[in-house]
Ligand binder design. Structure first.
Ligand code: NDP
Length: 478
């Protein structure tokens, strides 16, 4: 492990700033010190909000310019995919192939937002719809809401920042990003790209520092008009309670499920589920955590599934052959090791895995798990999946819904009727047919129900939140 590392500056009001206090960012696989990131104090956070307020009042950022700048961001991200991908692999522990894919997805997120910026408009309101209105022209206009604050998690350090920065800018708002401290380098690289692409000074700023200091100060600054948060339900709840009447979007956790019905293509389901239950070591909010298999196909599914899981390569995320890299910290790997041990003590069985080496936790499949165990009820956020058997589809629906969360659900079935009925019966924000719950396209409305959050992301949907709708009524009978 090295002790010296580059100092990474903060990005405030278009300037790169060193503060004298630092957060150390490590390689999550081998513990190497990657960089010391300057952290913001009270002064820097205040500077960032003041700069955002000033720029919003004084510097126009018209939609046509937003379009060109965001398209340029997309192009620059694509050009730097290898370099930024390596940064994500090092500081986030994500296998390099997935890390590069995240950069390409982020480039697409910026493009989607760029297109939305060009077509921003209000709508005509029919004046005949209510009686007694007389001769009036009625329409809405859309205007930027003001300063947006993004608080982001470690697991997609680029694309989940992109899903907040791109729509905020496309809507014409300045945005202040508070990234997860342990993966702050990627968001600072994004700032370099945004600066190079010509985002006006002060429209994007990045203040690194812990949630309990920088995060808290941002939550209490009344100049901020909207908070967009992705992270744990605990912090999400705290944000909502702290910010009072201001707007908020919360993308929180889940213990997502996928049903493998008796008429499913079991081989296809087994192969895809083995991949998506362990992608990014299960640290994805829509990761496959619970699998419900119909009794008649249980044996065939289990054989194929365990065979695929046994072939997953665990190791260094920079190795292109690696499927499952380290978890974000040894502490997190120890936490899931204890949860698995507890489930076994309560009667569950480990069909494969259960082993830990430092921050690496091996892909683990549990059978015989039931409600009341943490590995079922809580979000595992680790490479651990439990499998349970059901007889009727009604039973499977009940099992999926028996959760405090509701982000997405997957269903493998060949029945067209069942596929179209399930979205009305499952208590989730998205139903994915013939694929796992772990599917997201960046333009789709994405977000959960129950404790999985409030509001939707996807550039068009996030922008709807980040714009104020102003009603205009013109009395034509002067
Ligand atoms: P955390 O909630 O721990 O942290 C998320 C962010 O919140 C970090 O930037 C953190 O800062 C900050 N934060 C912590 N405390 C406060 C506070 N008091 N005030 C303001 N900000 C604060 O989540 P993780 O980073 O551990 O991410 C994992 C979680 O994110 C999982 O629950 C997962 O399900 C969820 N998630 C949800 C997604 C979705 O779209 N629904 C997608 C991806 C992840 P710092 O860490 O620097 O202290």
């Amino acid at each position: 492990m090295t002790t010296k590392a580059a100092v990474q500056k903060l990005f405030i009001n278009g300037e790169w700033m060193e503060t004298g206090s630092f957060h150390k960012v490590y390689n999550k696989y081998d513990g190497e010190l990657l960089a010391q990131v300057s952290t913001a104090g009270t002064r820097e956070v205040d500077l960032a909000v003041s700069a955002a307020e000033r720029v919003f009042k004084t510097t126009p950022f018209p939609p046509e310019q937003r379009y060109h700048v965001l398209m340029k961001v997309s192009k620059l991200l694509t050009e730097r995919a290898q370099e930024i991908g390596e940064c994500i692999a090092r500081e986030g522990g994500k296998p390099i192939t997935d890390a590069k894919a995240e950069v390409i997805r982020s480039a697409n997120t910026f493009q989607l937002a760029a297109h939305e910026a060009r077509f921003l408009s209000g709508s005509m309101i029919p004046s005949q719809a209510s009686p007694g209105i007389g001769s009036r022209l009625m329409y809405t206009v859309k205007k930027p809401i003001g300063i947006v604050c993004a608080i982001t998690p470690f697991n997609f350090p680029l694309n989940l920042v992109a899903h907040k920065v791109a729509p905020a800018l496309a809507a014409g708002n300045p945005i202040i990003v508070k990234p997860a401290s342990d993966t702050a380098l990627t968001s600072l690289m994004l700032c370099e790209v945004l600066e190079q692409a010509g985002v006006p000074k002060g429209y994007v700023q990045c203040v690194v520092g812990s949630g309990s200091t920088v995060g808290e100060q941002l939550l209490r600054d009344p100049r901020i008009k909207l908070y967009t948060f992705t992270g744990s339900p605990e912090v999400g709840r705290h944000i909502q309670q702290t910010i009072g009447m201001r707007k908020v979007t919360l993308e929180l956790g889940s213990n997502s499920a996928t049903i493998v019905h008796e008429d499913a293509d079991v081989q296809q389901a087994a192969a895809k589920l083995a991949k998506m239950a362990f992608a990014h070591a299960g640290q994805i909010c829509i990761s496959v955590q619970r699998i419900f298999v119909q009794k008649n196909v249980e044996a065939a599914f289990m054989n194929a599934f365990l065979e695929h899981v046994s072939r997953l390569q665990v190791g260094n995320p920079l190795d292109p052959a690696t499927d499952v890299g380290p978890m974000i910290s040894v502490k997190e790997a120890e936490r899931i090791e204890a949860w698995v041990r507890e489930a076994v003590d309560q009667g569950a069985e480990v069909a494969i895995g259960g082993k830990r080496e430092g921050s690496l936790f091996y892909p683990t499949v549990i059978t015989g798990a039931r409600k009341g165990m943490k590995v079922v009820d809580e979000e595992v956020f680790a490479p651990v999946v439990s499998i349970a058997v059901y007889e009727t589809i009604e039973e499977a629906i009940e099992l999926v819904n028996d959760s405090k969360y509701g982000l997405q659900a997957g269903v493998y079935t060949k029945s067209l009727g069942l596929a179209h009925r399930l979205p009305y019966l499952l208590e989730v924000g998205g139903v994915i047919i013939n694929d796992t719950c772990c599917f997201r396209a960046d333009h789709m409305p994405y977000g959960g129900v129950k404790e999985s959050g409030i509001g939707k992301e996807g550039p068009a949907y996030a922008m709807a939140e980040m714009l104020e709708t102003v009603m205009v009524v013109v009395n034509l009978d002067e």
